[in-house]
Design a protein around this ligand. Structure first.
Ligand code: HSE
Length: 438
């Protein structure tokens, strides 16, 4: 007979409620769901009305009660934020309990400390719900793609900004208006800065990079630019040139330092980026996410689906619970952790300086509409070794011309050198936009 597995839930907000609903209704799901009992749940407010059929006697306002409950085998943390989540997770590990968490901000900053504690205690900390909402991406990278040499990860991994960008492109609405609507509809957080400033996407690409490249990532070294100063004009110009604009998170292998293949240089950045209409990521709209992985020998594989929301995120949390429950049911015969399920690091990853990153770029310059300006821009780019793919003058008015340049792949340092010289030209009024381009 299979044994019962006790689940303790820290948080009964959107995701926690989604998990509780699945646990309360196992019919037609994997039979292992029948072996799970929701034993104890930490909430902020015991009196709050909930659209959930739950035995009130299992609710507590003390999260430590859940962690310390001897009948709880797996602790599910869906509180978000750094504290008290970090302390509660470490306390669960110390008590010999495996943990499932959706907390990307915590794992991106303190993942190494948490995973080391978990390894030492012989328990799992699984994080499928931390990236991509309902999209299975963490375990595929850890397990299904394990034979590959990963070269690059390119992702749309923030649903809020993708919703805003999709609306800006479709309806030509300004960023601030769409954001207000997204907040009214409940998509965007009351404080949307982590989403619109690219912080949430940088947390997520940090986590994906650590798993795909096998090393600890310096989260603070990730070059991050959000969409709050993105002008509708650039979305329109990009459209006319055959591109859409997406907030992309990119992580790629730059080179191995010296002969030691355990040392890996990575270029990681988050920025608004032009994506050609025929690229698979161009069709990812609304709150959906997608992650494109390039590796050897697989080539390209793309994961697509709902990047947020109660149901999708609860689906990912349940996947982790079932993984741990499955191992618990067959018994840990070796006494050690499954190396594909536990998080491992085997390489030293170092992020290259931003100036070493090589990519295509889109820039928009405002300039006097006089003879020789485009020629001078071309000369300065050429002097710094920047090759131009296209240069177009848009929307010239009596006073100003808008000149849009798309470059070929170039090192950021060369780009900066050229832009410094170009901005010193008396005919140039300013650099109005600087975006990436796939
Ligand atoms: N705020 C996130 C997003 C959802 O908009 O994608 C949770 O990761």
């Amino acid at each position: 007979m299979s044994k019962r597995i006790g689940i303790g839930l820290l948080g009964l907000g959107t995701v926690g409620t989604g998990v509780a609903r699945i646990l309360a209704n196992p019919e037609s799901r994997h039979p292992l769901v029948n072996d799970l009992d929701l034993i104890h749940v930490a909430v902020r407010d015991l009196q709050r009305e909930r659209n959930l059929d739950i035995d009130k006697s299992i609710l507590t306002i003390n999260p430590e009660d859940v962690v310390d409950n001897p009948s709880v085998d797996i602790v599910v943390e869906v509180l978000g934020g750094i504290e008290p989540a970090k302390t509660l997770i470490l306390r669960s590990i110390a008590a010999g309990k495996s943990v499932v968490t959706a907390n990307k901000a915590l794992i991106a900053r303190h993942g190494q400390e948490i995973q080391s504690a978990a390894s030492a205690a012989g328990v799992y900390v699984l994080i499928e719900a931390a990236v991509g909402g309902g999209i299975p991406i963490i375990e595929p990278i850890k397990q299904s793609l394990g034979a590959n040499r990963i070269q690059r990860i390119t992702g749309i991994i923030n649903g809020t900004t993708n919703y805003i960008l999709s609306r800006m492109a479709r309806e030509g609405v300004a960023f601030s208006d769409v954001l207000q609507e997204a907040q009214n509809l409940g998509f965007a957080e009351a404080d949307p800065s982590a989403d619109v400033d690219g912080i949430d996407a940088a947390d997520k690409i940090s986590i994906l990079s650590g798993l795909a490249f096998g090393g600890v990532i310096d989260r603070e070294a990730i070059t991050t630019k959000g969409i709050s100063d993105l002008n509708t004009r650039d979305v329109e110009y990009a459209n006319q040139l055959g591109y859409c604009v997406k907030l992309l998170a990119v992580s790629e292998k730059i080179q191995n330092k010296g002969s030691n293949t355990n040392d890996l240089s990575l270029g990681i950045r988050v920025q608004p980026t032009l994506v050609p209409f025929d690229h698979p990521l161009a069709g990812v709209n609304g709150v959906n996410n997608a992650i494109l992985i390039e590796g050897d020998p697989i080539g390209e594989v793309m994961f697509y689906g709902p990047g947020a929301g109660a149901g999708p995120t609860a689906s990912a949390v349940m996947a982790d619970i079932l993984n741990i429950a499955g191992i618990s049911q067959v018994g840990d015969k070796s006494g050690s952790l499954d190396p594909l399920l536990a998080a491992n690091t085997w390489r030293n990853c170092k992020l290259v300086d931003r100036n070493q990153i090589v990519q295509r770029n889109y820039i928009r310059l405002t300039a006097d509409d006089t003879p020789g300006v485009i020629g001078a821009i071309g000369t300065y780019f050429g002097n710094s070794g920047v090759s131009i793919q296209s240069i177009v003058q848009f929307d010239s008015t009596q006073d100003n011309a808008e000149i849009v340049v798309i470059t070929h792949k170039v090192r950021e340092g060369q780009m900066q050198e050229a832009l410094l010289a170009i901005k010193s030209l008396k005919e140039i009024k300013g650099l109005a936009a600087y975006l990436g381009c796939l």
